[in-house]
Design a protein around this ligand. Structure first.
Ligand SMILES: [Mg+2]
Length: 233
């Protein structure tokens, strides 16, 4: 029997928080700083990793691809989230029930609560710091968009970090993902994780059900229902 705590991996955008438009403004600003070009066309980042969204932004805005551009962009983006933290907290919002659930999980020794997101690890952390949520999550094992080319590859990254940091050995079936898109659900299925989907993003409740999430909720406001879904199997 495994003695590792239950691993819960959270998506960030539209699962924990909404940026209220600050996210795309920061993207635009960092794109300009990194490339010197204006972003005329903003690609839809839903379900994508940040390097994939950035590569698409280069193509759609006809900026020649160079290897060093993404790291310059990622640095500028994280810096911008730090500088615009007050604005982010004001215009964005923590989604219903999120703070209560994260706080509860952070206090439990039988749970390891961390992040699996398309954001780079640094940008994701900076975003959640603006809302006072970063402190509830384990950042040593978090997996971000800069850790692997596609989202499904991020789960093994988190598992490897859990092994390297704590000696916990996670395998198939011992992890729960929480997310708002079909990409989150597909990522869980690819790694045989369970998945709680929440309809606080652009994907509807019915679409999430049709995507075969283990459970779909309208939002996370019913703390005991969310905890039961995450812990009770
Ligand atoms: Mg999301």
């Amino acid at each position: 029997m495994s003695t590792s705590p239950r691993l819960v991996l959270w998506d960030i955008d539209h699962t924990l928080i909404s940026t209220g438009g600050v996210g795309s403004e920061v993207f635009r600003r960092a794109f300009r700083e990194a490339t010197g070009a204006e972003l005329a066309v903003m690609p839809d980042p839903t379900g994508k990793t940040e390097p994939a969204t950035f590569a698409r932004a280069l193509r759609e805005n006809m900026v020649p691809v160079r290897d060093e551009l993404f790291s310059a962009f990622a640095e500028a983006q994280t810096r911008a989230y730090g500088e615009q933290a007050a604005e982010l907290a004001e215009r964005g919002r923590v989604l219903p029930g999120v703070r209560e659930v994260l706080e509860e999980l952070a206090g439990r020794p039988d749970v390891l609560s961390s992040v699996l997101s398309g954001n780079t690890r640094a940008a994701g952390r900076a975003k959640l710091e603006a809302f006072g949520l970063a402190r509830y999550l384990d950042w040593d094992i978090a997996a971000g968009g800069d850790d692997a080319p596609t989202r499904p590859d991020l789960v093994p990254v988190a598992w490897e970090r859990a092994a390297a940091t704590y000696g916990y050995r996670y395998g198939l079936g011992e992890t729960v993902l929480v997310g708002d898109t079909l990409a989150d659900i597909a990522t869980a299925h690819a790694n045989r994780c369970r998945v709680l989907a929440v309809a606080t993003g652009r994907t509807s409740f019915d679409e999430l059900v049709a995507g075969h999430a283990d459970l779909v909720l309208i939002d996370l406001s019913d703390t005991s229902a969310v905890l039961a879904a995450l812990l009770g199997y």
